[in-house]
Write a protein that binds this ligand. Structure first.
Ligand SMILES: [Zn+2]
Length: 275
């Protein structure tokens, strides 16, 4: 039992290491393949210096060759990816996760969604950017996977073939229309000043991941969280109202929270009405 958690944690840390590469290289329009090198001295990094989380501390946060500081983004993203993957696995295990092919695909889907949220969170926080190259394909992947799941693997209350598909499509279309539609209107009204084009795609992704009515929970959490953090930053005189923390940061955090909270609600509902 504990072993699966440790394996999940290590797997998450390795994926986190890959997410760092995506976040940093795609900002500069570079390719993902090719060896990692120090941004200061350009020397290639040894394989032993690329162990997620561990290497950063062994090197005391400095490049082995030129002694310049390594960004804290590396260990933080690796650590948080590991933690969130482990948490995702834990909540599925609590919900009666069985080890079979379908559950495994479902788990990988949850990991994928978590990874996308982490990339958007970090790139928006650090560079105020949401990469189209990440968010648009992510929407397609989640939509196709959920459509397959809803059609073939959700027997609950299926009275006829495609009943699950129709239920999923209704929920997804409604959620996307509410979330992305709301952002799109703000985008038009403000000429892209209040909200960026990337947020609209993020709205589509959120709608597909959460469905209706969970999307309302996420939007509520994002706006409340955004307001609280902005007030704190203003009180600390860190930021003016104009220079807020990018909204994608709150949207991704709220999506993660709503996805897991929604899971608990769904489980409660299934246990109460089906068993
Ligand atoms: Zn260096």
């Amino acid at each position: 039992m504990w072993l699966t958690y440790i394996v999940t944690f290590i797997f998450g840390a390795c994926i986190g290491s890959f997410l760092n590469v995506v976040i940093i290289r795609w900002r500069e329009g570079r390719k993902l393949c090719g060896r990692s090198s120090c941004p200061h001295c350009q020397k290639n990094i040894n394989v032993l210096d690329m162990i997620p989380i561990v290497s950063f501390f062994l090197l005391r946060g400095r490049c082995r060759h030129c002694d310049k500081k390594i960004s804290w983004q590396y260990p933080l993203v690796e650590f948080w990816t590991a933690v969130l993957f482990t948490f995702a696995y834990y909540s599925l295990a609590q919900a009666g996760f069985a080890i079979n092919f379908i559950s495994l695909i479902f788990l990988l889907k949850v990991f994928f969604i978590t990874a996308v949220l982490i990339v958007v969170f970090v790139s928006d926080l650090r560079y105020s950017l949401i990469y189209d190259k990440v968010i648009i394909p992510a929407c397609v992947v989640v939509f196709v996977l959920d459509l397959i799941f809803a059609t073939f693997f959700v027997p609950a209350a299926q009275t006829f073939f495609l009943a699950g598909t129709i239920m999923y499509l209704k929920s997804a279309i409604m959620a996307v229309a509410i979330c992305a539609g709301f952002f799109l209107i703000q985008y038009w009204l403000s000429n892209g000043k209040w909200i960026g084009a990337g947020d609209i795609w993020l709205g589509v992704f959120m709608g597909l991941v959460l469905g209706f009515p969970n999307i309302i929970v996420a939007m509520f959490l994002a706006y409340v969280g955004g307001a609280i953090v902005s007030l704190i930053l203003i009180a600390l005189k860190q930021k003016t109202i104009k220079g807020q923390v990018p909204f994608g940061v709150f949207l991704t955090a709220a999506t993660f929270a709503a996805a897991h909270w929604g899971h608990i609600v769904l489980n409660w509902y299934l246990n109460k009405f089906i068993n």
